[in-house]
Design a protein around this ligand. Structure first.
Ligand SMILES: Cc1cc2nc3c(=O)[nH]c(=O)nc-3n(C[C@H](O)[C@H](O)[C@H](O)COP(=O)(O)OP(=O)(O)OC[C@H]3O[C@@H](n4cnc5c(N)ncnc54)[C@H](O)[C@@H]3O)c2cc1C
Length: 376
């Protein structure tokens, strides 16, 4: 794959590749089985600079480009999609609004600590009755003379059981548009609900969060009243490209492991990779993986060049996630019974890959919006 990466981009890719080979791959299966937040690896990725790479230097980040960030995401997801899901949440959605709108106290005590991996953040958008349709959000922040009182129920919150702070999308009593609030998890009235048992990404812990009369000072409003939807759009393309990078990571792992197996496994007196039926599977997987990866990096370069990327981010996310599920499925067939065995990684990849179909917009929602973009 030659996307003409710069020397720095290649170096970053190699750094995360080596980290994943040494630290993540050997434990990824156990993490999934134990369904525990991977606290040690999370902190080590903080020390390696993953959480700060996409923020500018003046904010305590390393000011790297989007291509570098996506390459790192692909590598981490190649090792463990659970770990990558928790880490991308931290590096993007959970911290972005603190960076944009937090006051000195929020920046010093939460944002900068989150960049080092010392504090964990989460984003609360989804509600029991508001998934794809975020405008149906019912969580309400009632304005008072001192600030706001927050009430509502959120669900599917990645990292909620271990989070130190939340970024919460809510409506206010005086505006139809949504607003964004900063909420420390130890505030009175913040209740972490039951963990959600999932099919995949099981080491990325997810739960419900309730806000019962949580009193927030005025300064915890991030941005303007009613400015939440617009601000969310600022990073929507990046969220989608990042989800596409997650998909590439897990698909690469499945493809690479199936390839090794196809060269080793002997049936009818030769490696199964010598049978044309198996070769055709690999040709199809290779085409999907290469095209999806190139397109995701192309979409990331549009972010770096500040070019329009709304449509490109949707194409990237839709194509990469659908390719990932199909590649993980085909790769597990190459291993046949061993692809069905928990002892091998392929069944985990297949379960995990389905997560990439959901976050950042479902395939159906993306298709509808792509059709709108092309004038239908
Ligand atoms: C592992 C995991 C982690 C997550 N982490 C977070 C998190 O940290 N924070 C957070 O806020 N949320 C999180 N989510 C929630 C995620 O963002 C939502 O699940 C997603 O937005 C889809 O919402 P929904 O599941 O309610 O599906 P729905 O919106 O109810 O959709 C159900 C089905 O209907 C289809 N559909 C809906 N509307 C339309 C339409 N207009 N036209 C055609 N088809 C339509 C969808 O495509 C889908 O097939 C997470 C989800 C998962 C699985």
């Amino acid at each position: 794959m030659d996307f003409e990466l710069t020397d720095i981009q290649k170096q970053i890719q190699q750094t995360f590749h080596d980290f994943v080979e040494r630290k993540v791959k050997p434990v990824a299966g156990r993490l999934d089985e134990e369904k525990q937040f991977p606290a040690i690896l999370f902190k080590e990725l903080g020390d390696l600079g993953f959480f700060s790479m996409r923020y500018p230097e003046e904010a305590g980040g390393s000011g790297l480009d989007h291509v570098s960030y996506m390459l790192a995401v692909m590598e981490i997801a190649r090792g463990s999609l659970s770990l990558a899901a928790a880490c991308t949440m931290q590096s993007l959605m959970a911290t972005y609004f603190l960076y944009r709108f937090g006051d000195d106290d929020i920046k010093k005590n939460y944002f900068e600590e989150a960049l080092k991996g010392n504090k964990i953040g989460a984003i609360c958008m989804t509600e029991p009755n508001a998934g794809s349709d975020l405008m149906a959000i019912q969580t309400i922040a009632q304005g008072t003379s001192e600030g706001f009182i927050l009430n509502g129920q959120k669900t599917w919150v990645t990292s909620a059981p271990v989070a130190d702070f939340f970024t919460v999308l809510a409506r206010t009593d005086n505006h139809d548009q949504l607003s964004i609030f900063f909420v420390p998890s130890n505030f009175e009235g913040v209740i972490i609900g039951k963990s959600i048992e999932k099919m995949g990404v099981r080491a990325s812990v997810t739960s419900e969060v309730a806000f019962n009369d949580v009193k927030l000072p005025k300064r915890y409003l991030l941005g303007e009243i009613g400015g939440g939807t617009k601000c969310l759009k600022e990073i929507l393309a990046e969220i989608r490209i990042m989800t596409a990078a997650l998909a590439i990571g897990v698909a690469t792992a499945a493809y690479e492991e199936a390839l090794v197996y196809a060269n080793e496994r002997q049936q009818f007196g030769k490696p199964i990779g010598k049978f044309q039926a198996v070769q055709l599977k690999f040709a199809d997987m290779c085409v999907k993986l290469e095209t999806a990866k190139h397109y995701v990096l192309y979409a990331a370069t549009r972010c770096d060049k500040n070019l329009p990327r709304h449509k490109e981010s949707m194409v990237a996310k839709l194509y990469a996630s659908e390719c990932a599920v199909s590649i993980c499925d085909e790769a597990s067939r190459v291993l046949a019974s061993y692809g069905y065995a928990v002892e091998y990684n392929l069944e985990r990849y297949l379960r995990d890959s389905r997560f990439t179909l959901i976050g950042g917009g479902t395939s159906e929602i993306l298709k509808i919006n792509i059709a709108k973009e092309i004038g239908l």
